[in-house]
Design a protein around this ligand. Structure first.
Ligand SMILES: Cc1cc2nc3c(=O)[nH]c(=O)nc-3n(C[C@H](O)[C@H](O)[C@H](O)COP(=O)(O)O)c2cc1C
Length: 229
């Protein structure tokens, strides 16, 4: 079987060749009883940079601009593999002290989805074919000397990974925090130390792009060499 695999190429000569030629460059390798067609340069829209393997900036920007809060979904189930992929991206998020104080409950069954609708009683939420509940474990989160628990930050980052990975997978998501946390704890039978931080409805978006993205201009959010506003 021939598989196309985009992977970091360790061999320096090939890297230099790939970067110099800037042409699609593949190598056919026999690995684990099958032929692998490996791209070793930007042909698959990827750059190979020393020891790493990165999107170029424009692709990254496109991805972050494409993500938007999806509140209308297709009536279509999300494949388990895709959900696992987005959660795998969430897994790689940084966290304070690398404590990874998160846990995700994936809900796809109608009966439990209906229970979750009592936790966030909004019409559009009923159309989500799946919901991921992002939980913070306060017994695992890192707490600074002054008492600041960093789980909200950690959860923010991991959920951001999740939403971007979903976008890359053609899925839509929306952060939901305006839900009834107490009710959520009851529905999911969460222990005292586990806090539901966000509900993430996930599914195929009815509209692939946002109508408009309202954002402040770059220069209004930056001051250089000191705070100015
Ligand atoms: C922490 C957080 C909480 C949010 N909570 C809700 C929510 O409860 N309900 C909702 O419809 N949208 C919620 N949103 C989505 C925001 O309204 C949305 O991200 C913002 O308007 C920007 O739009 P965009 O996501 O389409 O770029 C939340 C977003 C964040 C980051």
């Amino acid at each position: 079987m021939v598989q196309i695999e985009n992977k970091t190429k360790e061999n320096d000569t090939e890297k230099i060749l790939a970067l110099t030629l800037k042409l699609p460059l593949f190598v056919l390798q026999f690995e684990q009883n099958k032929f692998m067609l490996r791209s070793i340069n930007k042909s698959a829209s990827k750059h190979i940079i020393r020891g790493g393997y990165y999107m170029n900036y424009n692709e990254f920007k496109e991805l972050v601009e494409k993500r938007y809060s999806v509140r209308k979904f297709e009536d279509k189930k999300v494949e388990k593999e895709k959900i696992l992929e987005v959660l795998d991206a969430a897994r790689f998020a940084p966290s304070a002290h690398n404590n990874q104080p998160w846990h995700f409950v994936v809900i796809t069954e109608k009966e439990i989805l209906e229970k979750m609708q009592t936790v966030y009683e909004t019409q559009w939420f009923k159309g989500a074919p799946a919901v991921i509940v992002a939980l913070a474990d306060h017994e695992e989160s890192w707490v600074r000397d002054d008492g600041k628990d960093h789980s909200d930050l950690d959860l923010g980052i991991t959920v951001d990974h999740l939403t971007l990975a979903a976008t890359a997978n053609g899925l839509g998501t929306c952060w939901v925090c305006a839900f009834n946390a107490e009710k959520c704890k009851v529905v999911l039978e969460l222990p005292e130390n586990v806090e539901p931080v966000a509900l993430i409805p996930i599914g195929y978006p009815k509209y692939p792009t946002a109508k408009n993205k309202i954002r402040e201009e770059l220069d209004t959010m930056i001051s250089w060499e000191g705070y100015k506003k």
